[in-house]
Design a protein around this ligand. Structure first.
Ligand code: RIB
Length: 294
């Protein structure tokens, strides 16, 4: 079984379903509110566990009612939460608007995630003994960078999802093996709106990159080669929240199993396509059997 450490966020997602997102200064009436476990880190952990990974979650929840629910939800997915600390104060929350086309916009309030500023010996040991480390940017950059450094020093493959996007320090990028931005994040990081151009620019900083393109699929590029487009299965999306996280968690399992990159990308794309056809983030992530069948 692939050992995967996830150093990342855990949020309670408060999702408002609306016909279309409100403009600035506008009040609209929505259809439904759902409260579902999310957070980019926890989502990737659940996706990887359901895809067959042996997953350890490193991070923090608050000592509020959400914290207990978030922990239980990870445990139900089979994720080890021994290194998911309980901090004084509220858990992270994400305030999400999902429109009738399945598109979303998200405001994250870090809460307990913001307390994860450094790693202790237990967290470092868990990263060092994993096959892969998954990182995103919803924890303080100090902890993310420290995690990447520990992994790099031990030869543990590191995958970074640069979201929410922000400038990435060289000391972090130097320790990243695979960067997985979406097309907007790739453009923000490079200034290039064409994903092929963005991929080429990113290869100057990391050895390999996958730019996710939503319904259009994903673009894979590794140093020494040209970017290659992998199309996504055609499906009707009801909620794209967590699709990127599903892709990353599932891809990590496939790469950990040493499957070829094209097969791994196709498997992860199938998982993301299943995710967008159901509402919610972690609640919509498929199990290994479903991905194989798709
Ligand atoms: O990537 C989707 C996730 O982003 C949501 O679950 C939300 O918690 C935010 O972190």
């Amino acid at each position: 079984m692939t050992g995967i450490a996830v150093l990342g966020s855990t949020n309670m997602d408060l999702v408002a379903y609306v016909a279309r997102a409100p403009r600035l200064g506008e009040t609209i009436t929505g259809r439904e509110l759902r409260t579902v476990p999310g957070g980019k880190g926890a989502n990737q952990a659940v996706a990887a566990a359901r895809a067959g990974g042996d997953v350890t979650m490193i991070g923090a929840v608050g000592n509020d009612a959400y914290g207990a629910v978030l922990r239980t939800s990870l445990e139900h997915a089979g994720v080890d939460t021994d290194l998911l600390h309980t901090a004084e104060g509220p858990s992270g929350t994400a305030h999400i608007v999902v429109d009738d086309l399945g598109g979303n916009s998200i405001v994250v309030i870090p809460g307990a995630n913001g307390t994860v500023t450094a790693l202790g010996p237990g967290e470092m040991a868990a990263i060092a003994s994993a096959d892969l480390l998954l990182l995103q940017l919803e924890l303080p950059l100090t902890a993310v960078t420290e995690g990447a450094r520990v992994a790099h020093a031990q030869g543990v493959r590191t995958i970074l999802t640069p979201s929410p996007v922000q400038p990435l320090p060289p000391e972090l990028l130097d320790c990243v093996d695979l960067l997985i931005p979406n097309e907007h994040e790739a453009a923000a990081l490079t200034g290039a709106t064409d994903p092929h151009a963005a991929a080429r620019l990113l290869l100057a900083q990391v050895p390999a990159v996958v730019i996710t393109l939503g319904a259009k699929g994903c673009l894979y590029a590794a140093r020494g080669g040209e970017p290659v487009l992998f199309p996504a299965p055609e499906v009707t999306a009801v909620d794209t929240t967590g699709a990127g996280d599903t892709f990353v968690g599932t891809l990590a399992v496939a790469l950990g199993e040493r499957r070829p990159v094209p097969e791994s990308l196709a498997w992860a794309s199938s998982a993301a396509a299943l995710c967008v056809q159901r509402p919610g983030a972690s609640s919509s992530m498929p199990y290994r059997g479903e991905i194989d069948a798709a």
